[in-house]
Design a protein. Structure first.
Length: 446
């Protein structure tokens, strides 16, 4: 069933500092020993197995594109990357999920990019695939939404970050958010399957009162999804924007008040909590997937398409093909130069060890289902869970005494009072990763 949550001030005070969590493995584990040759081999294996694909294209953020040339030059490199990789895939491999993130290109740029992608990849008919895009509020209108729908997009995420009224930027009035309302109206008229609004809190100029007005204005519009996030730890799609970290943050007590208010308002408005700050209306596809235990979590966030191989294209894009992870060069100019020479722009990566595969499975189960079947994990990986995680078992028992988790011989689960803090549990289960990976003799096998 969809995750019920409770605000527990004691638990948040004790564990809130460690509650941030992203997909596992982390980019910090990647190394330069993984190359483009590994990627091509993995793609050929994917082709032989005829596995479906999730495709993610990363455009340069507005703040990073100036150093790497204009968008036309960037698209030149992106098309070369598409050509170099698509020839290693099979025509029968369907694109079941597509995600476009980064800056918002012009209509001509969008048409050019999508035309090239559709020539090279086997996209599903529009009603079947999950095709999403992230757009910025200043660069979108009804015409934009109509073009996106024509190009096959059926999910959209709208970023509406606060602008410091003292910085000279235009102040977005969330008490009367006409532009946001117009875009949501467009998504409904054009039959998009979902619209997500990002709701950030904790900037230095925000107060609990001003944020309460913003949250109420957004919730009144009833977007199908809301991503609630702390500006101090923004979603990956915002981390390239220097303005998000340059102006300081609100006091901790004010941030907690903003967070609590938003949670209570969203729940009161009928939203279900998915996890990691993601809320969705009860009839949304993410809520349905969680209800049916079909929810997955990957580099793009929560998804229904966990069975796909993930191919990332563009600057800093991440790919996951089976147990192989890779990331492209993060500098726009270097990315373009590499492809201009006819070479892929892979920078580093990781081939998951059995230890990393185990932790990935454990963490994904907790992030999606808030429940871990210990016996199923033991049977799958050939170990005794308590012995394997012995270095942190006493801390897990303390979490259970505090009410953050429930722990038995067969199950580790996160009750409603702990679900806002599931990241703290995941971080704990990562702590002895290096020791286990370096000393396989410490693993207790059956």
């Amino acid at each position: 069933m969809c995750a019920a949550i409770e605000w527990n001030s004691q638990l948040i005070s004790r564990y809130g500092h460690g509650a941030g969590c992203a997909s596992y493995p982390h980019i910090s584990q990647f190394h330069r020993g993984v190359t483009s040759l590994d990627l091509l081999r993995a793609l050929r294996s994917s082709r032989r197995a005829q596995r479906p694909l999730a495709l993610a294209v990363q455009l340069p953020m507005a703040s990073s594109s100036s150093g790497g040339g204009d968008i036309s030059r960037y698209l030149d490199g992106l098309e070369r990357e598409i050509d170099l990789l698509s020839c290693h895939l099979g025509a029968q491999q369907r694109i079941e999920q597509f995600h476009l993130s980064g800056g918002t290109p012009s209509a001509a740029g969008l048409n050019r990019l999508m035309g090239h992608l559709q020539q090279r990849f086997n996209f599903q008919p529009h009603p079947l695939g999950d095709y999403s895009i992230e757009i910025e509020l200043p660069h979108a209108d009804w015409a934009t939404m109509g073009l996106l729908r024509e190009l096959g997009f059926n999910h959209v995420s709208i970023g509406v970050p606060d602008i410091n009224p003292l910085s000279g930027g235009a102040l977005l009035d969330f008490q009367s958010p006409q532009q946001v309302r117009s875009l949501i109206d467009a998504t409904r008229a054009l039959h998009f399957r979902s619209v997500n609004i990002d709701l950030g809190y904790g900037r230095a100029w925000q107060t609990p009162t001003s944020f309460a007005r913003k949250a109420a204005a957004i919730i009144e519009l009833q977007p199908s999804r809301v991503q609630l996030f702390d500006y101090a730890h923004p979603p990956r799609r915002y981390r390239g924007l220097k303005r998000f970290v340059a102006s300081g943050f609100a006091a901790q007590n004010d941030k907690l008040a903003m967070h609590r208010h938003a949670v209570e308002q969203l729940l009161g408005a009928g939203y279900s909590y998915i996890g990691l700050g993601q809320f969705a209306l009860a009839d949304d596809e993410l809520a349905s997937a969680q209800e049916d235990a079909r929810l997955q979590h990957n580099w793009q966030g929560y998804s229904r398409q966990g069975h796909c191989d993930h191919l990332g294209l563009g600057v800093a894009a991440i790919s996951q093909i089976g147990d192989l992870y890779l990331q492209n060069i993060g500098d726009v100019q270097r990315y373009q130069e590499q492809l201009a020479m006819g070479q892929l722009a892979v920078f580093h990566g990781l081939r998951c060890s059995p230890d990393e595969q185990l932790r990935r499975a454990v963490i994904e189960a907790l992030l999606c289902d808030y429940r871990l079947d210990l016996r199923a994990i033991e049977a799958r990986f050939g170990l005794r869970f308590r012995d394997y995680f012995a270095p942190v078992w006493a801390q897990l028992e303390q979490m259970a005494r505090d009410g953050l988790i429930e722990l038995s011989a067969t199950t580790l689960s996160v009750p409603p009072a702990g679900r806002l803090l599931v990241g703290a549990v995941c971080k704990l289960l990562e702590q002895n990763r290096c020791a286990q990976a370096d000393n396989p003799q410490q693993r207790s096998r059956r």
